[in-house]
Design a protein around this ligand. Sequence first.
Ligand code: GDP
Ligand code: MN
Length: 417
Amino acid sequence: MARLYEYEGKEIFKKSGISVPEGEVVTTPEDAGKVAERLGKAVVIKAQVWAGGRGKSGAVRFADSPKEAEKVAGDILGMEVKGLAVKRVLVEEKLDIAQEFYAGMIINSARDVRAPVLMFSAEGGVDIESVSEDKIAMHTVDVLRGIHPYDTLNMALSLGVSGKNLRPVSDIIYKLYTVFKNYDCRTVEINPLVLTTDGKVYAADCRMAIDDAAVFRHPELGISIGREFMSEPTEFDLMAWTFEEEDFRGTSYVAQMVSESEMRKGGYIGYHGIGGGAAILGVDALNKVGLKAADYADTSGNPTASKVYRVAKIIFAQPGIEGYFLAGFMMANQEQWHHAHGIVKALREEIPKKPGFPAVLLLCGNKEKESQEILKEGLKGLPGRIEIYDREHVYDAKFIGGRVRALVDEYRKDRGI
Ligand code: GDP
Ligand code: MN
């Protein structure tokens, strides 16, 4: 699920006829002050990060004057929220809240449903998971029929919304479905949907994620990678994505795990798993011996040798890594000789640049015998500490992790560490 920031989601809302508070996204405290000045009233300042619960983390705060807005924005821009650095803040007019609602849409993938579900609750502003089910109105959407305005009127009515508030509230729930459909969302959530003391209704927050497979239909959203990331893709992530984008045979998932300066501190291994579950086992094997994965990489689903080669090359390009670890911790169904060829080519280019460099390779599964021969023959005589393992050590995280550790220690000794 490719996520959007609150301010991006709100731009979509605005275009779709859903009222949002007036405001602007900025990157400096000075600009935050200017926006507050222009709005000419009390403001709310909100960290733009891909994390919920910002209110509780002190990342949503208020300011009564431009000067105060500048100060508060400075504080929030210097913060980390759930491990994410805040690079932008949204400065908006502060609403006078009379009531908070929740409106959201998700896809229910349960076998007997498999449809979008519209949800509404009169208990907004809190985590929807904590609201009891009888206080949430749900409407499973028949995608061929779509929804009609009276469906959302009924939802709002069923939870006690009435009088002059009924139409504007139900209208936003209705439009939420339109946004969901037009932008190929996986989820879209307004929490809180605010009714102000002067009787207006606004989307005060927005969480939106686009279906990865539909990202290509929305170049206007500027999503660089159609996958779920914890934070914005790094230069490394973007480069690795090009392998995937240009070659759909098999998959490569590659993500930078820590900053380059952190990698240089030592204890980081260039990590290359094969298959999701097995890849996690490999990370665990490293952690158990006091080492860490600099990156997370997983080539699987019968990728081509060229894709495996490119992934291995970018892993080697990480600064400060103390080893390379190919963690094929399971009996893969794919024919492993493609991996063997890709790895041989990459290591033949990289190992001579780093004499003594540790490389632990575990590869098993279909065409294992041939793959092992390709590795042994192709890597013969290279000046690294290369160890090659087969099915005899499948799932053997303790042994393999121990070998990585031992080779890293030897390599450190070479370098007087
Ligand atoms: P979240 O905690 O990350 O979901 O961030 P929200 O944008 O939902 O903000 C958290 C809470 O701050 C909301 O539930 C509101 O109670 C409060 N809040 C946000 N914007 C305003 C506003 O304009 N006026 C007032 N009075 N409260 C606000
Ligand atoms: Mn919220």
